[in-house]
Design a protein around this ligand. Structure first.
Ligand code: NAI
Ligand code: MG
Length: 351
């Protein structure tokens, strides 16, 4: 089989880590008998500085025929963050109906975290974040500016279709894992949106009697994630709750350099997009010292999404072996090796 992959390295360390992820994917495809046909796009803040836009007007159309997208990161000092975000990431997520933001988290070997000392099996969970609606809405505004009674309104939008499909995705995913779903709510404080979310959660849960379901207020859930993460597996949350919980999860399992994510359209009718959770890290850009593991794990999610499960598992195992040995470590892992050395070590560990 041959797959067409679009690569958008973007800015800063996005470029460095994407080269390494591509190296690992090419090694994996050679070993596991499929081929990847890469097309690279220079869409970035650099392009914006030269041409006035992050991507061409027909950017969405150019990508629509690909089987998958590997994105580095976009954003760089001098270009406002809302330009890079709304000029590339958000239009792609929306045009391709990537309504699932999937963020798997594992305690990786050889890393220091507040959970060090625990066994890796104790922490393997996945956050299913709603990626298209909810709290991230432009509806609202500022009123009575400059007066003592000044106020703002910030509306959330939760649709039945939007809530039901993300919760159903979480239950289907749970069936392939440990059959447990926990929903993040806050229906004591948010008295319209969250009771609606909870009601739909209960309706969908009733269709999956084989899956254990529970719901927790998001504050208590955050505490449990730190204190008793072994009691969690699939966590489903709204756009805002999922965002916060997934950064927390990344932080407690080894840091941003290790956290992958996927923007997924489950129907497969348009391409899904995989990226590290981290950004372009201007503070270390151009030094060749970024940790490529997050992007390599994102690349593993990409091939898994294409159905190449064995290759995806082999890539994760190769990352674990290299981290466990601890011979090659970038500065964030306490070593002094380069991005290139760590990427090469993972590619070689594929055997
Ligand atoms: P960031 O994730 O780029 O960096 C935060 C801190 O973590 C920095 O100290 C950085 O050096 C470190 N770090 C991040 N990834 C690392 C890696 N792989 N290895 C070692 N250290 C790593 O977040 P920040 O600084 O808030 O944002 C920088 C730019 O990236 C901004 O323009 C922002 O808008 C953009 N950004 C883009 C994203 C995307 O393309 N999806 C996501 C997040 C931020
Ligand atoms: Mg990113």
């Amino acid at each position: 089989t041959s797959y067409r992959i679009a690569s958008i390295p973007g800015d800063g360390i996005g470029v460095d880590v994407t080269i390494e992820a591509r190296k690992v994917l090419d090694a994996a495809s050679a070993k596991f008998g499929f081929s990847l046909e890469w097309t690279e796009f220079d869409w970035s803040c650099e392009r914006y500085a030269q041409l006035g836009s992050m991507m061409p007007d027909d950017g969405v159309a150019q990508l629509s025929a690909f089987d998958g997208i590997l994105l580095g990161a976009v954003g760089f000092p001098g270009v406002p963050d809302h330009v890079s975000l709304w000029g590339l990431l958000i239009p792609l997520r929306r045009a391709f109906s990537q309504y699932v933001n999937l963020r798997p988290v594992r305690l990786l070997p050889g890393t220091t975290s507040v959970l060090s000392g625990r066994k890796a099996e104790e922490l393997e969970l996945v956050i299913v974040r709603e990626n298209s609606e909810g709290e991230y809405s432009a509806i609202g505004g500022r009123h009575n500016a400059g007066r003592p009674d000044e106020f703002v309104l910030q509306e959330s939008v939760f649709t039945r279709v939007g809530v039901e499909r993300i919760i159903r995705y979480a239950f289907e995913l749970a069936r392939t894992r440990s059959s447990r779903v926990c929903s993040a709510t806050k229906s004591n404080g948010l008295i319209h949106s969250m009771p609606f979310w909870d009601e739909i959660f209960a309706e969908v849960a009733a269709e999956y009697p084989d899956v254990h379901s529970e719901q927790m207020h998001v504050d208590a859930l955050a505490a449990r994630m730190v204190q008793a993460p072994d009691r969690l597996d699939v966590i489903v949350g709204s756009n805002l709750f999922g965002d916060i919980l997934s950064d927390l999860a990344a932080a407690i399992t080894g840091g941003l350099g290790m956290a992958p994510s996927g923007n997924i359209n489950p129907s497969g009718e348009s391409p899904s997009m995989f990226e590290a959770v981290h950004g372009s890290a201007p503070d270390i850009a151009g030094q060749g010292i970024a940790n490529p593991v997050a992007q390599i794990l994102a690349a593993a999610m990409l091939v898994e999404h294409l159905g190449e499960t064995v290759a995806a598992q082999a890539i994760r195992a190769a990352v674990d072996r290299v981290l466990d040995e601890g011979r090659v470590r970038t500065p964030d892992l306490g070593g002094s090796d380069t991005t290139e050395r760590l990427g090469t070590a993972v590619a070689e560990a594929l055997g």
